[in-house]
Design a binder for this molecule. Sequence first.
Ligand SMILES: Cc1cc2nc3c(=O)[nH]c(=O)nc-3n(C[C@H](O)[C@H](O)[C@H](O)COP(=O)(O)OP(=O)(O)OC[C@H]3O[C@@H](n4cnc5c(N)ncnc54)[C@H](O)[C@@H]3O)c2cc1C
Length: 508
Amino acid sequence: MATTADAIIIGAGLVGTSTAYQLARTGRRVILCDQKAGPGYGSSSASSGIIRFEYTLATSVIVAWEASHDWANLRDYLAAPATEPLAQFHRCGKIMIDCPAFPRDLLQNYFESIGIEYEYWDAAELPKRIGGLDPGRHYPPKPIDAPEFWDDPTGQLGAIYTPQAGFIDDPRLACENFADAAVRAGAEVRYRAPVVGLARAGDGYQADYRAGRAGQASPTGWADQVGPNGRVGNTGLSGDTGLPGHRGPAGDTRLSGQPELPGRTNPGDGIGQIASGVWQVLLSSGELLEAPLVVNAAGPWSPEINRLAGAGGEFSITTRPLRQEVHSVPAPAGFNPPDGLGPAVADQDLGYYLRPEPSGGLLIGGTEPDCDALDWVEGPVDAVNMNRTAELFEKQVTRAARRFPGLAIPPRPAGVVGVYDVATDWTPIYDKTDLPGFFVAIGTSGNQFKNGPLIGEFISALIEADGRGQDHDVVPVRYTGRVTGRQIDLSLYSRLRQPAANSGTVAG
Ligand SMILES: Cc1cc2nc3c(=O)[nH]c(=O)nc-3n(C[C@H](O)[C@H](O)[C@H](O)COP(=O)(O)OP(=O)(O)OC[C@H]3O[C@@H](n4cnc5c(N)ncnc54)[C@H](O)[C@@H]3O)c2cc1C
């Protein structure tokens, strides 16, 4: 027998766990599944977790500001018991050093109109506020092995400081917190549960023959039944497929085109109206899940889930996995004030960012300067080299050391490797698709951890609207911010949009 639900969420990173929480809160029976041993072991675990408000698009600033309040009140937001350990939001503040992609006027206008506290520190003030900082101007960033990298500065820079920015200290724990909240709200979870097949009733299955996965799919017989287009033909459904508990259309109205939804007493309500069929999700264990709604929240693996579903043909925005490293170094003397942590730093003038660690170190990542080649993942995400490299360590830490000359560069690289899925315009896709009941929350482009709480609410709002018969492609769904009261037009995240005019980098 298949296990039935109202919604199946594929991926238990921050996006999937937040979505599971919000959908479970609306009373839906949710199953959250992940291939790994628990929540948050994908790109979310490698996240620097920085919460900042500098984006080039006003809506992105509002969303980040709204979500920061949920992080600040996480226990209430998740209705977590007082004893549950939660990821912590450290409001250490953040500076954004002057750079052409983020004109000071633009950010000041946003911050003033939204009500985000900020100060501007000029080149004289900046080193007084942050010990050991050299305010020299070096723009544009240069390769560290080019002689020009060491040229004298061409001027001096200031920075915008936002005291309410900061970072989440344990991104993986944050995912666990959201997953636990989803379970408290009634969701079921499946871990160590790779999704290996996906189909809508009547479509036929598609086997997963990724490297290392075909062997998992084959016990069900699916891998042997792949048709010319990578799809298992409908013959796979026309009789006994050999799938556990699965019957063909002769004895199963779900597969005969009648929209009888499993496990629902009232198929005429919101969910029933949006799905004319039922999605069937096959786990590598052989367990078959069924629901009218599926959300692809598989992060860097999401193109594969779209492929399994046959989704994406109409998308004008595509996504692609990118490998990243974040390095740990000791903070230079004077960076942290005696009573706390120094601020996070975004430095597009030199091409890196950093944030403090509660233990006293710094995490240093890259801002994808034009002069450095990006490490796009061409093969399977699971085959990515997850060892940090001396080359990238040297690159990122040397950039930071130009700004903080007292930064000692350790002889051995330390840090983490992560992969994130980058959308054409570095803005995510939170949307329905042309496949009824199949939603995507993908392409988070290295900058959406901070928005995690709202992402689940966005997907929930899209699903509600779809259930009411509102075509989001025609009449965009709007979400009203609890803090600002502003309307957030979710067409910003449409799969069909023209690429957004933003910085074109991870900064969004
Ligand atoms: C190095 C790095 C630094 C970052 N820094 C920041 C930052 O400072 N601030 C910020 O806002 N954002 C940051 N980000 C981005 C942010 O972390 C991501 O946008 C966010 O965590 C993405 O979450 P996700 O749930 O979409 O993906 P993931 O966390 O990758 O979750 C996807 C899940 O899907 C599961 N999955 C995949 N395929 C299958 C399958 N077939 N079956 C079952 N499960 C499957 C995976 O196991 C995984 O757990 C950073 C990202 C990285 C990598």
